[in-house]
Design a protein around this ligand. Structure first.
Ligand SMILES: [Zn+2]
Length: 90
């Protein structure tokens, strides 16, 4: 059995840092289902580009619903004009 080379050790360290850095573990909420997941597993898009918007519009809006363009959404997932959506809701 041989000791790992410096290149192997350095590669492992770089892979660990890449997998655990702030961007890799950042989380966000889905605008449709409010699920919180890793940002890298979600899609970031403009609110106007949310797919199937007609499915988010209630047939009978309720006075307590806070709608955006007629859609029931999870508003904390909004960041200005941008939002995140999980792959299950796409
Ligand atoms: Zn979702």
């Amino acid at each position: 059995m041989k000791a790992p080379t410096c290149g192997t050790i350095q590669g492992c360290i770089e892979a660990f840092i890449e997998a655990t850095n702030t961007n890799a573990v950042a989380s966000a909420a889905c605008i449709c289902c409010a699920r919180e997941d890793f940002v890298m597993l979600m899609m970031t898009l403009k609110t106007a580009a949310i797919p199937n918007q007609h499915l988010l519009k209630p047939n009978t809006p309720h006075i307590k619903q806070d709608l955006l363009n007629g859609m029931v959404i999870y508003k904390p997932a909004l960041t200005g004009e941008m939002t995140t959506i999980c792959h299950e809701c796409l």
